[in-house]
Write a protein that binds this ligand. Sequence first.
Ligand code: NIG
Ligand code: FE
Length: 412
Amino acid sequence: MRILVKNIKGLYQVEQTKRMAVCGNDMADLPCIENAFLIAQDGIITDFGRMEDLQEPNADKVYDAYNRYVLPCFADSHTHLVYAGSREIEYIDKIRGLSYEEIAERGGGIVNSALRLQQTDEQQLYEEAMQRIDSMIKHGTGAIEIKSGYGFTLEAEMKMLRVIRKIKENSPAIIKANFLGAHGIPLEYRGRQSEFVDDLVIKQMIPMVAKENLADFIDVFCDKGFFTVEETDRILFEGVKYGLKPKIHANELAKSGGIQVGVKYNALSVDHIEHTGKEEMEVLMASQTMPTILPGAAFFLNMPYAPAKDMIAYGLPVAMASDFNPGSSPSGNMQLILTFACVNYRLTPQQAINATTINSAYAMDAVEQCGSICKGKRANFFITKEIPTIEYIPYYYGENKVDKVFLNGKEQ
Ligand code: NIG
Ligand code: FE
């Protein structure tokens, strides 16, 4: 099956040779071909260029993108989109003045989601997650990392990971699974947190996840009030032994040392990182770890914003993802993330698009397959509606500016 998209007003994020990520000043550039075409054969990008250089205009399906732009699909490298129920009651508590940590201490937050997940069957979790993914795809997302972490028991964690595996098998999007056994402390382990870490997460969960090949990555919520640097170290040590790549939550609530321990284990990414200073930037600069900011969570929780511009000025790459979850970021709309990136972090739209495509694809170990328009990569891209410029995407916020989405060369 060969498809041709012709008369594209601007084909963005093109590259002749694959890059791993875009760092520092380079994040300001978003390579573009005007009046372009794009060809995909059997789900893979095989050619693109200027319309006047189009040699072979025949295809099984031809799309005319006159007055429209084409971009690679967003890679959403951090989500918790398999969950049961919703948490708008806590949202009201937050409006009334309770903090995220206070809500967690009262048995709300992650603990609340865990109780609901334990009571929900696999099929229902799967169907609800697929509906969320469907909406994300319609908004231009083509690759998604999904975490476990609302299980709290061996059985429920495995159930969550099996749901993620089923999504991987059935979704047209690129899906990666992240085992987040240490996400919160179950009520019955309060005061015995180390036992939870050692007896359950390390001795039981990790070997089982590895044995059943249920995850690509391993995550820990390493932060003040959650898991300590030492516990994170122990968990990552064990995970790496079993071939799981670390990709962790760090420095959301405090300068917790999470960035350093992530880098120590060569994490693919350290995520949230609101509390990042010079010391952390130095550590990141000497690493292969992608600093990943989650603008939806900082916005929704009204928390300090990560110093994205300082990181870029320092020469670092920055990725951004939705953190889609029922507590701190109940949206998987990456177009909104672009708006937050521009308004709250003062990134240019070009920097924001780099952060949500190529850099976030790196952060989920998928940059070989997606994140740019490059020959040999999967044909995961979208055609916009008729909009005046690509800056209009973050500017005209709250509306879907995506018209057609293609995953593996197939219109969705
Ligand atoms: O990334 N920070 C930890 N975990 C999630 C929140 C999950 C929840 O509140 O349910 C996050 O924000
Ligand atoms: Fe998260």
